[in-house]
Design a protein around this ligand. Sequence first.
Ligand SMILES: Nc1ncnc2c1ncn2[C@@H]1O[C@H](COP(=O)(O)OP(=O)(O)OP(=O)(O)O)[C@@H](O)[C@H]1O
Length: 894
Amino acid sequence: MSQKVTPFMQSLKSLPADYRFDGSPVSDRLENSSGASVRLTNSNVPRKGGLRNGVSRTDTAAGDSEDSPYSGHGVFVEEQSLTDDVDSGAATMPLPQSDERRWSDTSAYARKKILQSWIQLPNGNWELGKILSTSGEESVISLPEGKVIKVISETLVPANPDILDGVDDLMQLSYLNEPSVLYNLNYRYNQDMIYTKAGPVLVAVNPFKEVPLYGNRYIEAYRKKSNESPHVYAIADTAIREMIRDEVNQSIIISGESGAGKTETAKIAMQYLAALGGGSGIEYEILKTNPILEAFGNAKTLRNDNSSRFGKLIEIHFSESGKISGAQIQTFLLEKSRVVQCAEGERSYHIFYQLCAGASPALREKLNLTSAHEYKYLGQSNCYSINGVDDAERFHTVKEALDIVHVSKEDQESVFAMLAAVLWLGNVSFTVIDNENHVEPVADESLSTVAKLIGCNINELTLTLSKRNMRVRNDTIVQKLTLPQAIDARDALAKSIYSCLFDWLVEQINKSLAVGKRRTGRSISILDIYGFESFDKNSFEQFCINYANERLQQHFNRHLFKLEQEEYIQDGIDWTRVDFEDNQNCLSLFEKKPLGLLSLLDEESTFPNGTDLTLANKLKQHLQSNSCFRGDKGKLFTVVHYAGEVTYETTGFLEKNRDLLHSDSIQLLSSCSCLLPQAFASSMLIQSEKPVVGPLYKAGGADSQRLSVATKFKSQLFQLMQRLGNTTPHFIRCIKPNNIQSPGVYEQGLVLQQLRCCGVLEVVRISRSGFPTRMSHQKFSRRYGFLLVENIADRDPLSVSVAILHQFNILPEMYQVGYTKLFFRTGQIGVLEDTRNRTLHGILRVQSSFRGYQARCLLKELKRGISILQSCITLLSQVITLVLHLNLIVMEIL
Ligand SMILES: Nc1ncnc2c1ncn2[C@@H]1O[C@H](COP(=O)(O)OP(=O)(O)OP(=O)(O)O)[C@@H](O)[C@H]1O
């Protein structure tokens, strides 16, 4: 396989010429906890002076240290000779202590002068250098291009030996630090190995191109377990097997930032489940929900041409025999505001452009449809098309998919009519009707088309968009609207029609996929939810998204600790349960009543005079004492999330949280002759009549009481967590390697920021704080048995393993002997591996010396033989000459 390491990374590490990453299932494997295999590849590759006897020291629990867990700085420097390392190092090796620095497994490293180390350059990039000398607090480093620099020894970060290049599980890295993880992911990414395990988590780096990793051949290989490289298929396969074996529902939780590949990953997982659990035909329907949901819920953003603007949980149900029997989809927090406004270079929801491009002439006429350029809602961002996407063709795909999920032709037409109504609403303009600047919609084609499409009286539509009925005590007063108020009313109506349409479609899909009597209660849920977001400006959407991520992170932590510790207990090792500090403090900041972010937001939303500034002041007044909160100036406040600090600006918080549709608009919809607007009105009324667990909103008028968006989202999240809590989770973290959506571009800083945000390194660190390296007794005794001085011919693998541990004086604290496996602390296996390599190297040297000696002896013999031969020949020729001479004399005499 050709090495396509980017120039930067090439400068980081020179790859052995004969190294080939072995993606085949026959490579040297270690079984790890989750049954996934971890490979120690290419053990015969000559090692550079990388990993030697460094024994790692890691923390015992999450969150024990105040430092960033991902900081590459903080290497302790001690003087110690190389030969001392195994013995004295082992004899004095401290146990993991919670107050040690994170990544303290680096400490033993810098002291070895011959070793390589990562150096962070002023531009933030990492470079691999050779430590030439260390004196005092400084080290002299030689960089690959021959430059020699002096650095503070503490800033050096250890590099792993080449044997660990491209390992398919980050847990296998002897030195776990940012540059090593970045290098490893890049190494794999350059060879289209986009999946890597981070302990129990699958990391997927978006390739931004087609990679030859999918399809029937691969599905078959994962099904038969003949391919065990990390993959979404492997995760889906484990989920199916565990669901059947344990009779426990499973979940695949996919997260990552926008454009990282969550939706694609979810589809790949669904593809595998459909292939394995298919047969009844329902799997085809399930797969066809994707084009529908993407058309109605995805849009082009600056970060992703096909960005999902909602969260999604799809629960796939299975029969007793493991066949798919149905599915259910739940959606979260659709970004409604995109319907009426979107930023320059972005688009509204795909379906609008698809309809305009792909509708038949008859449909166009019916809906009075024109080109996308004619609609103001679509025109404001100046972007109508997406490179390489044919909207007309996509429209036909969506119609086909709607047929497949049993949305009737009639209903499809109603759906398209609602879309056209939204587009025409955006074109409704207003004219001033009095000297108090009150307005009325212009009675033009736009207004009449909206009225026709939703089936309402044009006068009623005019009234709804120009006046508001307010109930004051028992009286109703009519308030005329100014231009901004009228525009708000129009846009609120458009947003509500669209979001109700989206919900209605999901409902229809769910009816079509319903399990009914075939329900067995076994399911695999796939969660494709927005990842943690931190932009220059963070608003209400980021506030909700990051709150959701706090909840998911807690789920993640709890699960991972449980899983890890269960394995220790199962294998009977002596293990004291590790308590972990979770993000409960931050969650309380959001959820606490009455003085939490959500409660205070809701409270302020109920005040008619509440503004975004009064909200910000209220938060500062009540939450200042919480360590996860910081009030900043004006409308700014900061939350210390598990993934970092995010500063929010309260502008628009109240309006987005209230999300009011005035009662007049609801009434208008319920008076429509078309069925869909009626259905939308009744669902809105049902919502407002539901027993209210959150606050009521009266700011908009008489009947517009409903749950706030934040409260609804919170209750959805609670339900989600309950559902997930009853499943065995499998986590996939998607990573976006660049912001330009291009293949082959790997931006270190961007990747690092995501690894930090989604806590990947944290998980590996947590997992490694226990006994991250495991090896079966058989494998261990096979690999290291030859090092034993005593004869082991008749001994069983367990006693051979124990003998090896004793012979090398491995401290009892550094390992545990389980029933089936040996468990090692971080870096410990590196010590043995190093000894093994040195011994092999020694054996080779002895062999070559012996062969040299043999060759020299042979040469000497040959030389001696030749000289004997030469003297014989000389003697012979002399004899012949003499004889000839004598002959001549005799002849002369005769
Ligand atoms: N496994 C993959 N193979 C090939 N291309 C991929 C893969 N994963 C993602 N992509 C590419 O990246 C793009 C963005 O992926 P996707 O839409 O899944 O991101 P996302 O994380 O769901 O983003 P958002 O949160 O904005 O919805 C896809 O349209 C596709 O071009």
